[in-house]
Design a protein around this ligand. Sequence first.
Ligand code: DGL
Length: 268
Amino acid sequence: MQLHAASPIGVFDSGIGGLTVFRALMERLPFEHLIYFGDTARVPYGVKSVEAIAHYATQITEFLLARGVKLLVIACNTIAAVAYQVVDDLSPVPVLDVIEAGARMAVASTRSKRVAVIGTPATVNSNAYARAIHALDPEVRIFSQACPLFVPLVEEGWVDHPVTRMVAQEYLRPVLAEQVDTLVLGCTHYPLLKGLLQDVAGPEVRLIDSAEAVAERTAALLNEMRLLNPSRQAPRYTFYVTDVPLRFRTLGERFLGRALPNVHVVRW
Ligand code: DGL
């Protein structure tokens, strides 16, 4: 299949949390056209079955491929954890994901070879981060913790709230007791908690933002494949969602750091 440098990159997530990845891509690759798909009608995925997530991921992949994307970025850790292979098998274009990118950055960061990974229950139960990290360095010890309350707390806007701090202290206590030096933020929502998590983890622990990691990987791959858009004009950003919930604008702006233009609703 012939890929074109001027084609858009397709980015997708279970909802609007993946806008943290979209934002990292906008900053790292300011001339690339980007199409975002957020399954806002069916979010959250993190507590759903592998079968359901794989089915949703198939629909989204087909939707984005039909829009002529040159590359797919799985922004959702949960989809990447349980359905990466489904997406990759379907896709004639390269597929990057937050887990592989975050794992690479974690391995490069750790000195003690003791790494903590936090994410949704689906991501943590899948062991996908552990597998990705071990494929790069089998000596790294991984301590995982599911943090299901973080997604609703971030969506409530409680990113610097005493309740969130208490919850974070509770969740992180067991992994911090393992003397980790690196903490992987294995969920789209967690980059918004970076300040609070850094406080709780302490200055010796390095936080890995998988959104930044995948933006870096995307830039490297496009460069390698000679697929960087040569145009220096303002790129097109298009957003597709499956529902427009009540607080969509406020939430979207919080994740993206700016207003959300060109939002289209897809009814399935
Ligand atoms: N996007 C999901 C993730 O990164 C979090 C929200 C959800 O559970 O769907 O794991």
